[in-house]
Design a protein around this ligand. Structure first.
Ligand code: HEM
Length: 419
């Protein structure tokens, strides 16, 4: 209506989201008794949902589509144009299959976690000269080295350093105006160009000479739903959709260090954790407790009804992730960090949704969850075994910033004498 149009600039939450960050949606949810929250983002009518029923509703492909859902600034930094995130239906299923084949639990995931453990141990030796290191930066470098080696992406050590910095810049700048955003765009352009060059070279060299059985090979020779190879730039986008989020486990590594520092009682059980099960429970609790992905979004595929209320076609539908993990109707003492929630069991599919919900094979749920949990559990064990000091620093985690992390990046110094 005309009134709507006139009022639109005042009912738009874009600025509130940018200013309040992770607190914006949970506050609105509280004010509406659990939602749905109706607002606008970037001028688009928006409805935000939370709860177990919301997960099923959101991940039903008949209800929500992804094409045109993500704003340009997010594509040009975080995900890339033409990424799997933006596909629907058959095109999505066929592209998604390549990620699932590479990333599902099994030998590949174990091999990646072993690369991480090896690269971490090598880095720790370099830290023994007594200097302070920023764990966030070091973890990003360890993860970039590990994932590029594992994926068979042929990069020099200098190029891997650039990759680590560029991947963290892409994630850091996707939701921020100003210099962080500019850095993120430049980082993406640089890495897409570099990787598209590698894809082109591998294709020219021919199928037989490329590295067999690697993620690089799988993406380079993957055929889309139309039967053709993706253009080199799109292949580069999807290679980055493996490398970038693996490097982004550095955010969880910094959070894990924060948790171990704040609640040191978990160090001992982690040191005695022979089968790695406590480390997995700890990793799950880090993914629940700390803020990373605030929500996921898509567009109403048609006129819908949610809890009896109409949701018009093309409405932006958000599924609240961060708020869901701190909802007192879902969790006992949600603001208590307690790996005991997950000891001796794996969380149910839609119980823990920091990487989306539903079935990764039939929707957009993250295909990298097995990797994330295995790699994070590896880093948690390494951290628990590392004799280190934590000098005075600013460890606050501002909720107003997306993505956030301990302000200092978690500075530590390693004991140079013992191992
Ligand atoms: C999708 C989170 C790690 C690859 C997603 C989504 C979220 C997410 C929230 C979107 C779900 C949706 O749209 O419904 C995370 C977090 C991670 C992580 C917090 C920890 C750092 C990884 C890793 C990989 C990966 C390690 C690959 C090695 C992907 C891909 C998609 C995706 C390819 C797109 C899936 C699709 O659209 O079908 N992730 N992820 N992620 N993630 Fe992750």
């Amino acid at each position: 209506s005309r009134l709507d149009t006139v009022l639109a600039p005042w009912s738009d939450s874009t600025l509130a989201l940018l200013a309040r960050g992770y607190a914006w949606l949970p506050d609105r949810m509280r004010a509406t008794n659990g939602g749905p929250v109706r607002t606008r983002l970037l001028g688009r009518p928006t409805v935000a949902l939370r709860g177990p029923d919301a997960i099923g509703f959101f991940y039903d492909e008949r209800n929500v589509r992804r094409a045109s859902a993500l704003p340009g600034p997010v594509l040009d930094t975080l995900f890339g144009r033409g990424a799997v995130h933006t596909l629907d239906g058959e095109a999505h299923r066929v592209r998604k299959a390549v990620f699932l084949a590479i990333l599902k639990d099994g030998a590949g995931v174990e091999a990646l976690a072993e690369h991480v453990a090896r690269c971490w141990s090598e880095s720790v030796e370099e830290w023994r000269d007594g200097r302070s290191v920023v764990l966030f930066d070091e973890a990003a470098l360890v993860l970039a080295r590990a994932v590029c080696a594992w994926a068979g992406i042929p990069l020099s050590d200098e190029a891997v350093r650039r990759m680590a910095a560029d991947c963290t810049a892409m994630v850091d700048g996707f939701a921020a105006p100003g210099p962080r955003h500019v850095r993120a765009r430049r980082a993406r352009t640089r890495q897409e160009e570099a990787l598209a060059g590698l894809v082109g070279a591998a294709r020219e060299a021919g199928e037989l000479t490329s590295d067999k059985g690697t993620a690089f090979e799988a993406v380079v020779w993957h055929r889309d739903a139309d039967g053709g190879l993706a253009d080199p730039r799109t292949a580069a986008v999807e290679l980055l959709n493996i490398v970038r989020p693996t490097v982004a486990i550095a955010w969880f590594a910094a959070f894990a260090a924060h948790a171990l520092h704040r609640w040191p009682q978990h160090r001992e059980p982690l040191r005695k954790d022979e089968d790695g099960r406590y480390a997995r429970a700890f990793a799950h609790e880090v993914r629940r407790f700390y803020p990373f992905a605030p929500f996921v979004g898509g567009l109403a595929a048609t006129d819908l009804t949610w809890r009896g209320e109409p949701v018009a076609e093309d409405t932006l539908i958000l599924l609240d992730l961060y708020g869901y993990h701190h909802d007192p109707t879902m969790w006992i003492n949600p603001y208590r960090f307690d790996p005991g929630r997950f000891t001796g069991r794996e969380p149910g599919a839609d119980e823990l949704i920091p990487q989306g919900g539903g079935d990764p094979a039939h929707g957009h749920r993250c295909p990298g969850e097995d990797v994330t949990v295995a790699v994070l559990a590896t880093l948690v064990r390494q951290l628990a075994h590392l004799d280190h000091e934590v000098p005075a620093q600013d460890l606050s985690i501002p909720l107003s910033r997306i993505p956030t992390r301990p302000r200092s990046g978690f500075v530590l110094t390693v004991d140079g004498t013992s191992r």
